[in-house]
Write a protein that binds this ligand. Structure first.
Ligand code: OOG
Ligand code: MG
Length: 262
C-alpha cells in the first residue's frame, strides 16, 4: 500500500481524537486486510503528525502484556505505542471527561530508563541494570474505535489507544522491590474494580521493556535514556464517568489518584 494511504488512515484517527468522536475500525471498511506491520506504519505516520504539531514523546509504552488484557480485548499479542507530553496529568489532578471519547483506566508499573537499551536479544535482567527508577502509574486509554472494538492491526494504528497518563510521585530504585510480586488495586469511588501483581505483565514488568527494545530494533529504533515507559496494565481496564475519583494503590510504590471532571 502506498505511503499516502498510511498517512490518510493516520489523519482519520487523529481527527477522531481531536474531534472526540468514535470511528469505525480501519479493518471494517477502509482496509480489511491491514497487517500488523502496516498497523505500525500507520502508527508511525500518526506519530509524525503529532511531532510536526510540536508534541513531544515521553516514551514508548507497551500494551496487551497481560492475559487479563489480551482476554478483555480479544487479541493475542503485546503491542507498543507512544505517550506524548500533552497526555500527562499530575498525580491527584483532574481528567477532563469532555476532552475524551469513552475513557477507561488501568493500573501499570512504569520505568525511567537510565541508559539506552538496544535490541535484539535484550533480557529483563539487562533492562533492570539500565533502569534508573520504577514508579506506579494509571493509564487512561481511549480507543478511537466504536466500543473499543478492534483487531490487533487496528489498535496498533490507533497508537495503542493511548490517551492520558498519571504517573505516581514516589520513585524507587528497581532493586528495592521484587517487581513481579508488587500487588496493585484499582478503585473507583472507593469500590475496588480489579487487582493484580507485577508478574501479570509477562512474568515481570522488566520483560515488557525487553520485548519493547526487541520490537523497536526491527525498525532500527531503541529504548532511550530518559524515556518513561508504561509496561502494560496489570489489571483489566474500567470505564470512567464524570465525577469519578480513581485510586491505584501499589505495594511499596504508593498511590496514584485523579478525579474525572466534566
Ligand atoms: C489497548 C491498549 C492496551 C495495556 O496496558 O494493555 C494497554 C486497549 O486495550 O485499548 O494500554
Ligand atoms: Mg496501558
Amino acid at each position: 500500500m502506498p505511503n499516502q494511504e498510511y498517512k490518510e488512515i493516520a489523519e482519520y484517527l487523529v481527527a477522531a481524537e481531536v474531534e472526540k468522536r468514535e470511528v469505525i475500525k480501519v479493518t471494517s471498511e477502509i482496509k480489511p486486510n491491514l497487517t500488523v506491520e502496516e498497523g505500525y506504519l500507520v502508527q508511525q505516520e500518526l506519530v509524525n503528525i503529532k511531532m510536526a504539531e510540536g508534541k513531544r514523546i515521553i516514551g514508548p509504552k507497551m500494551g496487551l502484556t497481560s492475559q487479563a488484557k489480551m482476554k478483555q480485548m480479544n487479541v493475542d499479542e503485546p503491542i507498543y505505542g507512544y505517550v506524548f507530553d500533552y497526555m500527562l496529568i499530575e498525580n491527584g489532578g483532574d481528567l477532563s471527561f469532555r476532552e475524551l471519547i469513552h475513557p477507561k483506566v488501568e493500573a501499570e508499573i512504569a520505568f525511567v530508563i537510565g541508559e539506552d537499551i538496544e535490541g535484539p536479544g535484550v533480557t529483563g535482567a539487562q533492562v533492570l541494570a539500565k533502569t534508573e527508577y520504577v514508579l506506579p502509574a494509571l493509564e487512561i486509554i481511549d480507543s478511537r474505535y466504536e466500543n473499543f472494538n478492534f483487531t490487533l492491526p487496528d489498535v496498533i494504528a490507533d497508537n495503542a489507544s493511548t490517551s492520558r497518563v498519571v504517573f505516581g510521585t514516589s520513585l524507587k530504585k528497581p532493586d528495592q522491590l521484587d517487581l513481579d510480586l508488587v500487588g496493585a488495586t484499582l478503585s473507583i469511588n472507593g469500590e475496588m474494580k480489579d487487582l493484580g501483581a507485577g508478574a501479570a505483565v509477562l512474568g515481570h514488568p522488566a520483560n515488557s521493556i525487553a520485548m519493547l527494545a526487541n520490537m523497536l530494533s526491527r525498525k532500527g529504533e531503541k529504548v532511550r535514556k530518559g524515556n518513561v515507559i508504561l509496561t502494560g496494565a496489570l489489571t483489566g481496564a474500567s470505564m470512567l464517568t464524570a465525577g469519578d475519583f480513581v485510586s491505584g494503590k501499589f505495594d511499596g510504590l504508593g498511590e496514584v489518584t485523579f478525579t474525572v471532571k466534566e
